[in-house]
Design a protein around this ligand. Structure first.
Ligand SMILES: CC(C)(COP(=O)(O)OP(=O)(O)OC[C@H]1O[C@@H](n2cnc3c(N)ncnc32)[C@H](O)[C@@H]1OP(=O)(O)O)[C@@H](O)C(=O)NCCC(=O)NCCSC(=O)Cc1ccccc1
Length: 326
């Protein structure tokens, strides 16, 4: 057969595209050196960069409690969790770099407000119970969303998700365990937990994104198997998973419409305030300005480290080439 490989001719665009389509149809992985359509590459850079930014900005709400943790044990756990989030951000920026993105550009676009990060990190952490509820709800939502992403069609993203999910699972458990401890405490502590649950429930449901009939990227991302489930499917999975956990904990989820639907085999629940999600995404949430200002300051204060590392790398390279020439 006169295939491009057999004739030695460069592969034709059509064959590249069909090879890509075959890879997706066979549920195999697309790897960095494979040909991929521009739209696929752009969609992945958008989603992976937003995800990386979310991990990095997501260090702030809980990070504020490291110096105020109520015991050495809680401080050590929280420290480990926030460091894991930095690690997740770095894997994800690396995954974006395999697509040709430049991490310095991505950081620039984040602090200029040209790229998004998860809406959830624009809410304040008022008490230590918020640390527990972030672990329980936010990491719980992240797990629901990210376990299917381990099967995402783009290899480096899917593989990064495997380790990230293992760590998120520890994060979720530490949050739930913190809350169980508080619920066994005083009346005041139980009230703190309920108050945090009331404030974080709806924003956590919004993490899954707009409803399916208003999610412009879903159809394309599902066809490319970047996303494996729709926003509403994952939101439902999160609600079904969380309701029994809330019962065990002894807290009430703040939704009068929440009830088991025997026919559907799922919980029915109320409608999140989609206008609020729009406002928060477009920069007008309670903490957007603070989060970005903090990230910008950290980036500027770290300039000397980047300069020193670049100078060191240049010196090492010069030494290596002197050594090779000698
Ligand atoms: C599901 C979705 C987030 C959105 O679906 P898509 O198909 O991509 O979009 P869709 O068409 O449905 O939406 C239209 C537009 O709205 C944007 N938008 C939607 N929702 C949000 C939102 N909530 N916040 C902000 N923006 C949102 C969306 O980007 C799009 O805008 P664009 O067109 O780009 O201008 C997807 O990107 C995904 O699965 N990402 C990977 C997971 C990920 O990033 N996880 C982050 C949490 S990591 C974590 O929590 C770990 C942790 C725990 C604790 C402490 C610290 C860290």
């Amino acid at each position: 057969m006169n295939t491009p490989a057999a004739t030695g001719a460069p592969p034709q665009p059509r064959s590249l595209e069909s090879a890509f389509e075959d890879t997706i149809a066979r549920d195999q992985r697309v790897e960095p050196r494979d040909w991929m359509p521009d739209g696929y590459r752009k969609t992945l850079i958008r989603q992976i960069a937003q995800h990386a930014h979310s991990e990095i900005i997501g260090m702030q709400p809980e990070g504020e409690w490291i110096t105020r943790a109520p015991s050495l044990r809680r401080k050590a756990i929280l420290f480990a969790k926030v460091q894991d989030e930095a690690g997740h951000g770095l894997y994800l920026y690396s995954a974006a770099e395999t697509l040709g993105a430049d991490r310095a550009d991505l950081t620039e676009w984040l602090i200029e407000g040209r790229q998004k990060y998860s809406s959830i990190f624009n809410y304040p952490t008022r008490t230590f119970a918020d640390v527990g509820v972030i672990g329980w709800f936010v990491d719980g939502a992240a797990i629901c969303n990210q376990v299917p992403l381990c099967r995402s069609s783009y290899g480096p993203y899917g593989r990064a998700m495997v380790r990230v999910c293992k760590e998120e699972s520890f994060h979720q458990r530490q949050g739930y365990e913190l809350l169980l401890t508080m619920m066994r405490g005083t009346e005041e502590q139980r009230a703190m937990v309920q108050d945090a649950v009331d404030r974080w429930w709806w924003p956590s449901l919004m993490m899954f994104g707009p409803p399916d009939d208003n999610s412009p990227n879903s159809a394309r991302s599902m066809a490319w198997r970047i996303k494996r489930h729709t926003n509403d499917e994952l939101r439902q999975r999160f609600v079904d998973m969380t309701v029994p956990q809330a019962e065990k904990l002894g807290v009430t989820l703040p939704d009068p419409e929440l009830r088991w639907n025997e026919e559907r085999g799922h919980h029915d629940f109320g409608t999140p305030d989609w206008d609020e999600l729009k406002r928060v995404i477009s920069g007008d949430g309670p903490c957007n300005a603070e989060r970005i200002a903090r990230r910008r300051a950290a980036h500027e204060e770290g300039a000397w480290v980047r300069e020193a590392a670049t100078a060191h790398a240049a010196k090492q390279a010069a030494r290596a080439s002197e050594g090779a020439a000698a």
